[in-house]
Write a protein that binds this ligand. Structure first.
Ligand code: GLN
Length: 491
């Protein structure tokens, strides 16, 4: 098989071909490394490429296959991880200068589970510093460019993960989503991005942004791959007490059933009720995005779904609430980066306070400093009640809006983003306009709900569009079902 043919396969197809000995794991890794070497000079999706380690892991998988040993679900499949995941012995920077050169002693749980399933880490991807951003420009290692137009942003903060999947530099990738950082770059780069229910996947070993909101998830070439990877990542973890103890459903099976249905029946979404929050169209969104939502709805109705309007009255407060809660929690989480235990360290030992200040002012970028200042303020005595506590109260109202909507609907449909990818640099000096890019993604984060972004064509500017389906708590299966039927109907 040629390189190109290998890298065009989905993760599921590739795993099958490796298991059936049509392709070796070494061939798969080599094919992806070749594409990466060719394309990443322009895209800048990777901070680290793990040539040696990936080839060694591939040889181990091939040896296992030769000895007919039991294989994991993703044996031999090359993937990339956002540089915010700790990877044992491999530099993990979080996109920050403060962690340059830092090699963690252990793997994050997500990385360990993928390893156990036989997936092969081929690199660590670029991201906005400590996952703060919606453009992929706030990395100490340079901006990630959009593979569809190198002059445009790739979206953030899991910019490199989305761009690497879109440019076929890995079979799938993983990222984190606190306010949209998986779905938003997935939409801007034209790939599938899944944000899971809070507590579905362990956050252990992932540098935290906002601990009450952070989630981990896959970015993939199709919905089936997202279900496959979720099956490997999901489940309780003793290192993260917010993970759910319940059994993990067979996500792949639920998709296979729905795609089989869609071949046999004209209306595979028969009995599915989908709500469209009317507030979506009251916000400032581009004409392309608005037309796209309407087109997708027509398509879903043809497939049998019943789509009707609903209301999430408090959704409009998502951005103000999010940009109080996140900086507050981030300012506390980032305390640990003081230059003593990790990464960058100054040789100024005049006083402890000067030492901290030097390390942090040199090590952190502008957006991180901005959030530390805001968060320190919103948490300080005298302001806590007015800001953090008030924001958390409004957050509860947002959760209740969703709860009410899910008494009537199986899932909700929304655009993923208000705009397609914009030109690099355009919003850099206007943080608020970048924050507003999260208006349709942040609500699901604040409510802890699962949501998927699926490619839904291209705008007038030939840049990818994404559509988002949101499910009730632990309702990943319903978003997979709707997503996979919709995806299939387009092909
Ligand atoms: N754009 C959002 C922010 O900057 C989302 C970040 C995220 O999901 N990690 O906070």
């Amino acid at each position: 098989m040629q390189n190109l043919e290998i890298t065009n396969l989905s993760a599921l197809e590739l795993a099958e071909k490796i298991r059936n000995k049509e392709i070796t794991a070494v061939e798969a890794v080599t094919a992806y490394l070749n594409v990466t070497e060719k394309k990443d000079k322009d895209i800048n999706a990777f901070i680290t490429v793990c040539h040696k380690e990936a080839l060694a892991a591939a040889q181990e998988i091939d040896a296992k296959i030769a000895k007919k040993k039991k294989l994991g679900l993703l044996a031999g499949v090359p993937y990339a991880a956002k540089d915010i995941f700790a990877t044992a012995g491999i530099e993990s920077t979080g996109g920050s200068r403060i962690l340059k050169g830092y090699k963690p002693p252990a793997d994050a749980t997500a990385i360990a589970r993928l390893k156990e399933a036989g997936a092969i880490l081929i690199g660590k991807t670029n991201c906005d510093e400590f996952a703060m951003g919606a453009s992929g420009e706030h990395s100490a290692y340079g901006a990630t460019k959009n593979p569809h137009n190198l002059k445009c942003v790739s979206g953030g903060s899991s910019s490199g993960s989305a761009a690497a999947v879109a440019a076929n530099m890995c079979a799938f990738a993983i990222g984190t989503d606190t306010g949209g950082s998986i779905r938003q770059p997935a939409a801007l780069c034209g790939v599938v991005g899944l944000k899971v229910t809070y507590g579905r996947i362990s956050r252990a070993g992932v540098f935290p942004l906002a601990s009450s909101i952070d989630t981990i998830g896959p970015l993939t070439k199709n919905v089936c791959d997202a279900a496959l990877v979720l099956g490997v990542l999901a489940g309780q973890d003793k290192y993260d007490h917010t993970t759910l103890a319940a059994e993990v459903p067979n996500y792949l099976k639920s998709i296979n059933k729905s795609s089989a249905l869609s071949e046999s029946k004209k209306k595979p979404l028969q009995n599915i009720k989908i709500g469209l929050p009317k507030e979506c169209f009251e916000s400032k969104i581009s004409a392309d995005i608005r037309d796209n939502v309407n087109k997708v709805i027509v398509n879903l109705e043809k497939l049998g779904a019943k789509v009707s309007e609903c209301s999430l009255p408090y959704m409009k407060y998502s951005i103000p609430v999010y940009y109080i809660v996140v900086p507050s929690e981030a300012s506390a989480n980032l305390e640990r980066f003081d230059g003593i235990r990790f990464g960058l360290t100054s040789d100024d030992d005049s006083s402890l306070i000067d030492f901290y200040i030097k390390n942090r002012s040199k090590g952190f970028g502008d957006e991180v400093k901005r959030r530390i200042m805001i968060g320190t303020y919103t948490l300080s005595a005298g302001y806590y009640d007015a800001y953090y506590k008030k924001a958390m109260q409004v957050r509860t109202l947002i959760c209740e809006d969703f709860k009410k909507a899910f008494t009537k609907f199986d899932a909700l449909i929304m655009p993923t983003t208000p705009n397609t990818a914009w030109e690099i640099g355009k919003k850099l000096n206007d943080p608020l306009s970048e924050y507003l890019e999260d208006m349709f993604t942040a609500p699901a984060n604040l409510a802890g709900l699962p949501a998927i972004s699926i490619p839904s064509g291209f705008g007038q500017n030939k840049l990818p569009l994404g559509i988002q389906f949101i499910g009730p708590q632990f309702g990943e299966e319903i978003v997979f079902k709707i997503g996979s039927v919709y995806e299939l109907s387009k092909s």
